[in-house]
Ligand binder design. Structure first.
Ligand code: SF4
Ligand code: SF4
Ligand code: SF4
Length: 354
């Protein structure tokens, strides 16, 4: 029977064509408006939108329509996304690398407000005779145990949790967990007289915990800095972030081998990060990931030209015996400031004698 109805392929094709013609031209009258629209809209064949009966249209009309009417909106949206998201992001990354290229890890040793605060508090501690506690001397254990923490914080709090929160896997309140615990946020706002950042949010358990950690961290950092040099820097994720790129900058610490290095270790004693490698190693290994390029080791190395702060081929500062001798007259390697001698001016007349 089928063979009688469709003896040839041409006949099959004819029937299909007929059915499709009916569907695409009179579809809404036959199968209803909704079904016809769905069917004709899915077919990659011409189905005229101007035909009132078919209720559907081929892909070309929405394509033209979208290009015609939406392209402007698309450009505006693209501009919004470009200028609202990508340009600021690219500018942030580019400016970070531009500044980083010029200054390298000097941001830590010379620029960071929290680094500066910790250093100055340490000076107050030395001034009031609070004993310095070190990692390498054994009071606080081996510094190598602390070093991985900054990497864990960088990976976990700066990259992983915000990513998971962005993907909807982690709660929204974990969107910027590092900022939520950052002691610099509290320290710098406190310096402007703003105490709001000390407040602990009770919105949810996560915010409460993170804010409480921030308050504890700033407390420990400020008090701890009296006895331990740069306590927060040792676990700071920005230090590890900078360490990732430290070889990209021409700004670096260069140490040459010297016979005295086995015995002296004054550079490590003067180093606010207790970096042993600066006295024990030379070349690349001496410029350690924890180095903040503060330059103290170069100031306190008593040997000419052994430790140098360099920008590319240019020497910015080089250790010298002469500089060392003058330096230790005012401040010891551990940061203890020598008391200033007040010399009476014999020539000044006493008003009581008048
Ligand atoms: S390690 Fe962190 S807190 Fe310390 S100076 Fe660098 S950025 Fe600032
Ligand atoms: S202070 Fe100078 S000589 Fe002494 S260990 Fe350090 S680099 Fe070597
Ligand atoms: S190694 Fe030298 S420059 Fe680096 S943190 Fe220590 S003292 Fe500063």
């Amino acid at each position: 029977m089928l063979k009688a109805l469709f003896p040839t392929l041409a006949r099959v094709r004819f029937v299909v064509q007929l059915l499709m013609l009916l569907l695409l031209v009179y579809g809404s009258a036959i199968v209803g408006h909704y079904a016809a629209e769905k069917i004709s809209g899915e077919l990659p064949a011409l189905s005229c939108a101007y035909d009132q009966q078919n209720a559907g249209y081929c892909i070309l009309i929405p394509t033209q329509h979208q290009i015609h009417h939406r392209i402007g909106q698309g450009i505006v949206m693209a501009q919004k996304v470009t200028f609202g998201v990508f340009v600021p992001l690219i500018m942030t990354v580019l400016t970070f690398f531009a500044f980083f290229f010029v200054l390298g890890k000097m941001f830590c040793g010379w620029v960071c407000p929290l680094g500066t605060l910790q250093e100055w508090i340490g000076k107050i501690g030395r001034r009031f005779g609070i004993g310095l506690r070190r990692f390498e001397k054994g009071d606080l254990g081996d510094v190598k145990r602390v070093r991985p923490v900054k990497w864990v914080l960088l990976l976990g709090l700066v990259f992983l949790l915000p990513l998971l929160a962005g993907l909807g896997v982690a709660p929204h309140s974990l969107g910027n967990p590092y900022c939520d615990i950052c002691p610099s946020r509290i320290a710098t706002t406190l310096l402007t007289g703003n105490t709001e950042q000390l407040a602990v949010s009770t919105d949810d358990n996560i915010s409460f915990t993170l804010n409480a950690i921030a308050d504890l961290l700033i407390g420990f950092t400020l008090v701890g800095a009296l006895a331990v040099r740069q306590p927060f820097c040792r676990i700071c994720p920005l230090l590890s972030f900078n360490a990732l790129f430290q070889r990209l900058s021409p700004m670096r610490l260069v140490k040459t081998k010297h016979a005295a290095c086995d015995k002296c270790s004054i550079c490590t004693e003067s180093c606010p990060m207790d970096i042993k490698e600066i006295s024990e190693q030379s070349g690349r290994k001496a410029y350690h990931e924890d180095c903040t390029l503060c330059g103290r080791c170069a100031e306190y190395c008593p040997q000419d030209g052994v430790i140098t702060l360099k920008w590319g081929p240019f020497k910015l500062f080089s250790s010298s015996r002469e500089y060392y001798k003058n330096k230790v007259k005012r401040e010891l390697p551990d940061g203890t400031v020598k008391p200033v001698k007040i010399v009476k001016n014999a020539a000044t007349p006493n008003p009581a004698d008048a």
